[in-house]
Design a protein around this ligand. Structure first.
Ligand SMILES: Cc1ncc(COP(=O)(O)O)c(C=O)c1O
Length: 396
């Protein structure tokens, strides 16, 4: 007999995946050019040329048993040193290799952090700020921890501190934040990060144990109009940064990222070992060797992400001009307008009549919005605009 818990949900894919699969089938009927799939957040720009060149050079110059061999559990020393150097140059930090733990992308980094700061089934809680990336809840509950939702201020999708403060109690172990944000495109201002640091410092003192910030940052570099993303560990010492090269180097299939923490974090002397113990238990026992070496050598590179800002300007201005209510994204490749009816699923079904594939906001734990991923060719955004106009007219 199989697991009761998992067999009950077997074969259930996320709404985003279901829309994506529908898009592929529909493309067979109407042609790929006539389907406007804005459902999934897959980078639409290639990795920099230097990434391929570096991978080939590494494979040509090294013993294949080394290149494709088991790496150490925490990651190669020289890769972690290279990442520490990159963060020190960019943010004036003092990281060294033992502040960095290599992970299979941000997803694994987040999962490891949740378990590193909590215990299973004892009533621990982690706070998420809604709307949020749906996998958080799955990872938190999988760790035997309660997922507590705090609603963002929908005026600009910054944190609503009255609501957040009301959710913090003696069981709170961490708050996960994601800036630039999926699904809203919001970036937290310095003011928001300062306030968050002060609220959590006060609560940590009150409850006599650290409440960590888990800062999920796979979109860190995708910011618009030169927005300066505050580097969270500069404001709050108990920050665990979860980073990924999925978007900055356009390498989502290579599964590579890291966790970073500073020496002044509570229990920093045992943090690396504790993360390692969690990784062993959930069998995240090594990050692909070849791409650890590629990241080591390409740590200062960036994919050409300028298309995302071009697409953001196009879609944001068009939707606003048509009459949609929408907060301007400051980063990522998502936009999160209000639906034209209360029921987001029904609105997204109606959009399908125009072959516009968008994601209802219920997937992100908020009602009445839709997420549009504009990591697609600019021409697709341009051709979709008249369709959004027709959809708007249907409601008005
Ligand atoms: C907010 C957020 N966090 C984490 C992830 C996971 O990223 P990775 O590919 O690095 O596992 C994603 C992926 O899209 C995301 O949007």
């Amino acid at each position: 007999m199989l697991s009761k818990k998992y067999s009950k949900v077997a074969g259930q894919s996320s709404v985003i995946r279901q829309i994506f699969e529908y898009g592929k089938k529909r493309a067979e009927v109407v042609g790929a050019d006539n389907i406007f799939d804005f459902s999934i957040g897959n980078p639409s720009v290639p990795a920099p040329g230097s990434v391929n060149e570096t991978a080939i050079r590494i494979m040509n110059e090294n013993d294949p048993c080394f290149v494709h061999g088991y790496p150490s559990a925490i990651g190669y020393d020289d890769t972690r040193e290279s990442i520490a150097g990159n963060l020190n140059r960019r943010y004036g930090m003092n990281y060294h290799k033992n502040n960095i733990f290599m992970t299979n992308g941000a997803a694994a980094a987040i999962s490891l952090c949740f378990r590193t700061v909590t215990d299973y089934g004892v009533g621990d809680e982690i706070i998420v700020i809604a709307p949020y990336f749906p996998e958080y809840k799955c990872f938190i509950e999988g760790a035997g921890v309660k997922c507590v939702e705090s609603q963002a201020d929908t005026k600009d999708f910054q944190i609503d501190f009255d609501d957040l403060s009301s959710k913090i109690n003696e069981h709170t172990r961490a708050v996960i934040i994601n800036s630039p944000n999926n699904p809203t495109g919001a970036c937290y201002s310095e003011d928001t990060i300062k306030k968050l640091a002060s609220v959590l410092e006060e609560a940590s003192n009150k409850y006599k144990r650290a409440i960590y910030i888990i800062s999920d940052e796979p979109y860190r570099e995708i910011v618009f109009d030169g927005f300066n993303i505050p580097y969270v560990p500069k404001y709050y010492k108990n920050t665990l940064v979860c980073y990924s090269y999925s978007k900055s180097l356009s390498l989502p299939g290579e599964r590579i990222g890291y966790i970073a923490f500073t020496d002044d974090a509570d229990d920093s002397d045992i943090l690396l070992g504790t993360i390692g113990a969690v990784a062993r238990e959930i069998s995240y026992v090594g990050v692909p060797s070849l791409f650890q070496m590629v990241v080591r050598d390409c740590v200062d590179e960036l994919a050409d992400i300028s298309i995302y800002e071009t697409n953001k300007n196009l879609i944001y201005n068009a939707l606003k001009d048509i009459g949609y209510s929408v907060v301007e994204p400051k980063g990522t490749f998502y936009i999160f307008p209000k639906c034209l009816e209360d029921d987001a699923s029904s609105f997204c079904e109606k959009a399908k009549e125009y072959d516009l594939l968008i994601v209802p906001s219920d997937s992100f734990s908020i009602k009445g919005y839709f997420r549009l991923s504009y990591c697609v060719p600019t021409s697709r955004v341009e051709r979709a605009i008249p369709l959004f106009e027709r959809l708007y007219k249907d409601y008005n």
